[in-house]
Design a binder for this molecule. Structure first.
Ligand SMILES: [Zn+2]
Length: 74
């Protein structure tokens, strides 16, 4: 993937978390995140890495801009 900010090649990798990854419009108590809400997006797209890898989302990093870009689905 090419960085949308500077146009240089990005490094492919993953973002991992033990209990899921979510984008929300506003910060919420962490305990309430899995309960839903209209403005909640599961960034893992259902991807789990198994018992010892937790939840993961493919992501691209730009070393130049210090940006991380990832794709999500509705
Ligand atoms: Zn960049």
């Amino acid at each position: 993937m090419t960085c949308p900010y500077c146009g240089k090649p990005m490094d492919e990798g993953v973002i991992q978390s033990r209990d899921g990854l979510y984008w929300t419009a506003q910060a919420r108590p962490v305990a309430a995140l899995p309960l839903g809400g209209r403005e909640r997006i599961d960034l893992t797209c259902g991807q789990t890495g198994g018992l010892f890898s937790g939840h993961k989302a493919a992501a691209f990093r730009c070393r130049e801009c210090k940006k991380i870009v990832l794709q999500y689905r509705d």
